[in-house]
Design a protein around this ligand. Structure first.
Ligand code: ADP
Ligand code: MG
Length: 236
């Protein structure tokens, strides 16, 4: 059985311009992420991991090549279609959690749904469901500063899956956490993958790779290796 692809990149390239000088960030990257799997992007700082995640999220435009995300051709999508995809179907988790300090955890988690026009009561119920999935029941009314870093990252994962979205992109999600808390966050991301969510994350932490089904290594913007892992469900 061949799993459907959640993400397919074909020779995707991206440069940033510093004045007139083009700085290549990604060069002809081709990668397939099967739905319901976890892919880890590794490589040194500046190798293009964040750029690839931003392209998949529609936060940056594709310069050349083809990029299909959840059956949409994002390289030809208009801004409105990309925004709708981001608001309704893709979650993004940042290293620094990126929660809004003066909103409660539940208000933060329901933000993407409210942005997508879902009524507040329904958005709140979905936020509570998402928080329960990451072990945050009972903390809905806390503010980010009133919980630990690990709990803030759980809230940020809840915001990424709220409303049953199926693709979570996480840019160094354990990079600001101690190793024990980082392992708890990876357990949550691994559990979501086991429930059918597609996860693509970047990481510098070799321990995190034991959770991945596929490891894609970038160097100077080029994909230098893709390693399939078997038995990623068994760890410890
Ligand atoms: P990584 O996440 O692996 O550290 P990045 O994707 O952030 O790598 O960066 C890849 C390359 O693209 C680097 O050379 C970086 O300096 C450059 N780059 C990334 N974002 C921008 C930007 N917004 N403007 C200019 N250059 C950028
Ligand atoms: Mg980065």
């Amino acid at each position: 059985m061949v799993a459907e692809a959640a993400v397919t990149a074909r020779e995707v390239s991206k440069s940033f311009f510093m004045g007139r000088q083009a700085v290549p960030a990604l060069s002809k990257v081709s990668l397939e992420v099967p739905a319901g799997t976890m892919t880890a992007l590794i490589g040194p700082s500046g190798s293009g991991k964040s750029t690839l995640l931003h392209l998949i999220a529609g936060l940056e435009s594709v310069e050349s090549g083809e990029l299909e995300v959840l059956r949409r051709s994002v390289h030809t999508c208009g801004q409105a279609e990309l925004a709708a995809l981001r608001l309704r179907e893709i979650g993004f988790v940042y290293q620094d959690f990126s929660l809004i300090a003066d909103l409660t955890l539940a208000e933060n988690v329901r933000l993407p749904l409210e942005g997508a026009g879902v009524a507040r009561k329904q958005a709140h119920e979905a936020a509570c469901d998402a928080m329960a999935r990451v072990g945050l029941s009972g903390l809905e009314d806390r503010f980010p500063a009133e919980v630990s870093g690990g709990q803030q990252q759980r809230a940020s994962i809840a915001r990424a899956i709220v409303g049953e979205r199926k693709l979570v992109l996480a840019d160094e999600p354990t990079g600001s956490l101690d190793s024990k808390t980082g392992a708890e966050i990876m357990d949550i991301l691994g559990g979501l993958r086991d429930d059918g969510v597609t996860v693509v994350l970047s990481t510098h932490n070799p321990t995190n790779l034991s959770y991945a089904d596929q490891i894609a290594e970038l160097s100077d913007g080029a994909l230098v290796s893709v390693t399939e892992r078997t038995g990623s469900g068994e760890r410890g």
